[in-house]
Design a protein around this ligand. Structure first.
Ligand code: SF4
Length: 419
């Protein structure tokens, strides 16, 4: 029987009460990092451990309306307005597990900020896009986005375990669109089959891990049978928001379709709980590599110390920090966007100061569909004909001598390519 609680007990450090001018909470709440177990006991006192660790029970008991949310969390005026004003814009949904991680006393709790809407989310700023990555014009069939030369995005479904307030694909996950049916999934598979340049398929949505093992197999097996598909990736927030969905059976199924990479989405170290850790380690133990793509969000994780801790915690559970995403220019998300330079400064505060594996690529997905580019601090001070002057991560200048020979062609490549 899996334990649902964090197991951290009373050793967690209590933080002093924080007061807020704009977002006051009832005086009875006190701001502190509380063990999820105590919140679970308050919120779902009759849930047995078996129920709590059953992902379908979690989905059945998810909070899905403003009224339900207001019963379990003292909402700030800003959040109350956010819930009301976003109701027609984007789904609300929070699994009991993720709800138990929310600090009931702090509106800037990173879990809370990702799950509970605020008023700013209902406001569309000039330049914000409904389809920020220009995916819709590149959807040859309903289930496929084909934007890059050698890979496609396969949209398997439109539902999630938690509807992230920073979701930039909310035009798909907002609800109201029919779930992709079998005919559309078959058309997606046929598209991949008939496009030999597609060597990499990223299964996403929505969250593909909300499909049953059987339905997942019905997509993965035919994909794996396509000779030119070299690798499959699955984008999922399940290890973060619904870790009980990761079972040995699921991990075994995924391993059968190797090379298959799970790409998950932890944004703050608070999300790395014993349950999340167990889910990630189960996947890795079964031979399924797990990568993390975090999104940089203003006042949530926009600090090098937080990103460093997040990445260290990821590495401790053998999850490789891969991308740190600049927030897309999507409708209603300006309040979470950071200036581009903030991300560059974070990378600068990581590079050299911690393990290279803990330094992600800072990616900007260009608005309108230009694809990803990466940004990094500029370490070049001066380019000379025979040497380049670079600065170290500590700011000291070093000369890198350029070689005399500059021909970089590879003579053996002709033989290698003709094998
Ligand atoms: S899990 Fe992904 S697709 Fe679903 S709401 Fe969150 S960010 Fe959007």
């Amino acid at each position: 029987m899996a334990r649902a609680s964090s197991g951290r007990g009373s050793g967690w450090a209590k933080r002093p009460r924080v007061s807020f001018d704009e977002q006051r909470l009832p005086a009875s709440d006190s701001a502190c990092v509380r063990p999820a177990a105590s919140r679970r006991a308050e919120l779902f006192p009759s849930a047995t451990d078996d129920e709590w660790s059953d992902w379908r029970w979690q989905m059945r008991h998810a909070v899905r309306s403003g009224d339900q949310l207001a019963k379990v969390l003292s909402l700030t005026p800003d959040e109350r307005a956010g819930v009301a004003e976003t109701a027609a814009i984007f789904r609300l949904g929070i699994s009991p597990y993720y709800l138990s991680l929310i600090d009931p006393a702090h509106p800037f709790c990173p879990v809370r900020m990702q799950a509970v809407p605020v008023k700013a989310e209902a406001r569309v700023r000039p330049g914000e896009l409904r389809d920020p990555l220009g995916e819709d014009p590149r959807r040859p069939v309903e289930a496929i986005v084909h934007k890059y030369p050698d890979r496609v995005l396969f949209l398997a479904l439109d539902t999630c375990s938690v509807y992230c307030r920073h979701c930039t694909r909310r035009r798909i996950t907002k609800g109201g669109e029919a779930e992709l049916n079998k005919a559309e999934l078959d058309k997606g598979l046929e598209y991949v089959r008939t496009h030999p340049q597609v060597r990499d398929v990223l299964l996403s949505g929505g969250d593909p891990f909300l499909l049953s093992d059987e339905r997942l197999e019905q997509i993965l097996a035919p994909l794996r049978a396509i000779p030119h598909v070299e690798m499959i990736r699955i984008g999922t927030r399940v290890p973060v928001c619904l870790p009980m969905r990761v079972t040995a059976r699921l991990a075994t199924l995924l391993r059968r379709h190797a090379p298959l990479f799970v790409v998950t989405h932890f944004n703050h170290p608070k999300e790395i709980t014993p349950e999340a850790r167990r889910a990630c380690e189960l996947l890795v133990d079964h031979g399924v590599p797990v990568e993390n793509q975090a999104v940089l969000m203003r006042r949530l994780n926009s600090d090098a110390r937080i990103i460093k801790e997040l990445n260290h915690e990821c590495l401790k559970m053998r999850v490789r920090p891969y991308y740190l995403h600049q927030m897309d220019v999507a409708e209603g998300l300006e309040h979470l966007r950071t200036p581009l330079q903030a991300g560059v400064q974070i990378i600068e505060q990581l590079r050299g100061w911690t393990t290279g594996l803990a330094v992600p690529h800072l990616a900007v997905d260009l608005p309108g569909g230009g694809g990803k580019v990466t940004l990094q601090p500029d370490y070049v001070l001066e380019r000379r004909p025979t040497e380049t002057i670079l600065r170290s991560y500590r700011g000291q200048a070093y000369a890198y001598p350029e070689p005399e020979e500059r021909d970089c062609s590879c003579p053996y490549d002709e033989i290698w390519r003709s094998r």
